[in-house]
Design a protein around this ligand. Structure first.
Ligand SMILES: Cc1cc2nc3c(=O)[nH]c(=O)nc-3n(C[C@H](O)[C@H](O)[C@H](O)COP(=O)(O)OP(=O)(O)OC[C@H]3O[C@@H](n4cnc5c(N)ncnc54)[C@H](O)[C@@H]3O)c2cc1C
Length: 440
């Protein structure tokens, strides 16, 4: 788990006009801004972020794992971009002095019925070209992780841990060094087409209207920037600025917030885990199961849970925002998903409120772990796209019209894949509407 996000210096009021406006200074938005500037030096690029810091949401509240590309359906964007992206990410960290370590990880099957799923994981990993995968027997697992017990395991030496906040701050510095500008505390509240581009309304965060965001949001004391092109990388708020009804069927999705709660292992229990220890995931869910991760700071985190919550920033379990809850409840997919997954949801609630339940889950892999070893920990909120039919969207979803590209679903491993994903986004933007600068 990276340190809490801290403010990067910013460039004051957003420009009245620019070539490309990027919404969101998470790792994806800043990687996109940097990639556009790398390809087109001199492009006038502005990044607007509603919070006073970069990496304030998902990017600064995650497991800090650089995934090797093991899990994802062969041929998917996630598979291709994770495999490419992890190499680019670790090279970026080395170049920019950001903390990282390629420590490898074990995936552990503890029940006979998980073995076919472990086989499938290995098959996927090989199909995706994940380097160095090795099957482990019980003794092999113990050689990597002396306190872990399992029937069978998979060793992925290419997996690592990364300070994603550090990466994002380095990306921000690079964007500014290349002439781009960063505007913190600026919430984009509306977007509309203009003659030759996009008019984006924005206002200082906390100005009238609270956290409401969207094309129909109040004009209030907003300012306007005219951008030739826009790319929206707004994470949990991705659908607030996306046009409704205009999306193709596979992009007709809404973001629902899934809170991921962590516990921290006590210093005594932390010695039970050397690196990264993961269970075999449920192939029908886009979540990886409660795992143990030793981060770049040496702390070991257990988690995350996966609980549908009432706010897109529900870092506290009790936080509910009427607009967020209303959007979730009104979306037909929510109810269809609930009918399918009510039993799983029950287990998640139990693990969230009861550390004994989380400890029991983890003790299947690390039998010495006890409930009192789990101390209170942080939380993140996943921006997970949900289809109208109740299906959780597995892959990244990018959608565009002739001036704006929307990142509609960029859950894990988008932080790992961020540099490669930025390449894909800029490729698509170039093909869809071009990023050449306006005539000046
Ligand atoms: C619990 C958890 C664990 C995870 N673990 C991992 C992991 O180990 N490895 C991995 O690769 N990935 C992991 N992920 C996923 C990863 O964190 C995300 O995929 C990635 O951070 C997405 O980046 P982003 O820039 O799209 O979104 P975010 O980081 O959420 O950034 C979006 C930004 O847009 C801003 N914004 C939104 N609306 C507006 C607006 N209207 N105006 C201006 N700004 C706006 C927000 O304030 C925010 O800063 C995890 C995620 C969670 C939540």
């Amino acid at each position: 788990m990276p340190p809490a996000p801290i403010a990067a210096s910013d460039d004051g009021a957003p420009p009245a006009a620019c070539d490309l406006l990027v919404v969101g200074a998470g790792i994806v938005g800043l990687a996109v801004a940097r990639e556009a500037l790398r390809r087109r030096p001199g492009l006038r690029v502005a990044v607007l972020e509603r919070e006073d810091a970069v990496a304030a949401h998902q990017t600064g509240h995650n497991s800090g794992v650089a995934h090797s590309g093991l899990y994802y359906r062969p041929g998917s964007l996630k598979a291709r971009l994770a495999v490419e992206g992890v190499e680019a990410l670790l090279a970026f960290c080395a170049e920019h002095g950001v903390a990282h370590e390629r420590c490898g990880k074990v995936v552990v099957a503890t029940r006979a019925e998980e073995l076919p799923r472990l086989d499938e994981l290995e098959r996927r990993g090989r199909a995706n070209g994940v380097p160095g995968l090795r099957r482990l027997d019980a003794a092999g697992i113990r050689r990597h992780e002396p306190h872990v017990r399992g029937l069978d395991g998979l060793w992925s030496p290419g997996t690592g841990v990364v300070d994603f906040v550090g990466v994002t701050r380095a990306l921000a510095a690079d964007v500014r060094a290349r002439g781009g500008t960063l505007h913190l505390g600026r919430e984009v509240v509306g977007a509309a087409r203009s003659d030759d581009g996009v008019r984006l309304r924005h206002r200082p965060r906390g100005a009238s209207g609270g956290a409401r965001t969207g094309p129909g949001g109040p004009a209030g004391d907003s300012d306007v920037s005219h951008a030739r092109r826009a790319i929206v990388c707004a994470g949990a708020w991705a659908d607030a600025l996306a046009p409704r009804g205009a999306a193709p069927a596979d992009a007709d999705v809404r973001v629902v917030p899934f809170r991921g709660g962590y516990r921290v292992l006590s210093p005594e229990a932390a010695s039970l885990v050397r690196g990264l220890v993961y269970p075999v995931p449920d192939p029908d869910l886009p979540f990886l199961g409660v795992h143990l991760t030793r981060g770049v700071d040496g702390e070991v985190h257990a988690g995350p849970t996966a609980l549908l919550v009432g706010a897109r920033d529900a870092y506290r379990l009790t936080r509910v925002r009427r607009t967020d809850l209303g959007a979730t409840v009104r979306w037909p997919g929510t109810w269809r998903m609930a009918r399918t997954w009510w039993r799983t949801a029950g287990g998640e609630i139990h693990r969230t409120v009861s550390r004994r339940a989380m400890a029991a889950e983890l003790a299947r892999m690390v039998p010495e772990l006890r409930a009192h070893d789990l101390l209170p920990g942080p939380a993140g909120v996943r921006a997970q796209a949900l289809r109208r039919d109740g299906g959780l969207v597995d892959d990244f979803v990018l959608d565009h019209d002739d001036r704006t590209l929307h990142v509609r679903n960029a859950p894990s491993p988008a932080a790992t894949a961020s540099l490669a994903l930025a390449g894909e986004i800029v490729d698509r933007a170039e093909a869809a509407f071009g990023l050449e600068p306006a005539q000046r």
